[in-house]
Design a protein. Sequence first.
Length: 307
Amino acid sequence: MENKSHALIAGMFALLLGVAALLALVWLRGNEDNLREYVVVTKQNIGGLNPQAQVRYRGIRVGKVTDIRLDPEDPSNILITIAVADDIPLTRGSVAKLAYQGVTGIAHILLLDSGKDRQPLVAEHGKLPRIAMIPSLLEELGDSGSATLRQVQEVMVAANALLNEENRRRFSATLANLESASGSMKPAVENLNATLIQMRKLLDDQNVRNLSKASGEIGPLLTDTRLLIGKMQAATDKLDLAIGDASAGGTSALMPRLNELAADFSTTSRQLSRVLRLLEDSPQGLVFGVPATSPGPGEAGFSGGER
């Protein structure tokens, strides 16, 4: 009786196990029916990516890698077949990128939408739709690092060629010349500073006032000079008139006129001599004005001095 009970239990267990396996197959078949296959094409290194690796769309797990092989038409290409849920909106602008998960370094496919073409991605000519793979962040850093190292190497080669022995000698000679030139310029700079100090003293407030006063006195001095020259011209005209008059009246009046002209000429000459003497004694009077005369005996400020 007990043997029959154990057999019944074993049979029921086997039956339930078979039903569970059948349901699992149906469920898995249903999931596979909801998947759609695509081919990711790349020329880059895909180290760390294996079949059954995850496929993510904007970080969400949407499928898996089913196959990895070389392109028989172009061996430089690697074809990665992926199965993705059919409700994922992949377009012609979709791209793939090789990403790594956490610190384990397990690679997976990351699908992104570049937004360049919004048309749905469908099969053409009986072939699976293809998605291009763009370089990953690590590859971009590696490429940029390699390019940077090449540029640094080129710079070092150029610097080595520039700083050869001959150029170093020239550079040393140039530095020596600059040092010598700077040493010779120091006295010139000091003289320039001294000159600027003298100019500052010369153009102080008092001298500027004297210059303004002198500029005001030059005008009357020039006016007096023009009057003197006019008087001399008038005297000369009178002399020419007297000499040119041939009549008796003119001849009889010649001497008084000559005396008058001589007196005018003498007065004018004395005035002109006074102006010339003033300019000869103190030529700076044209700029700083006529110097004040020293006070005489009995005047304020007079001092006897040495005799």
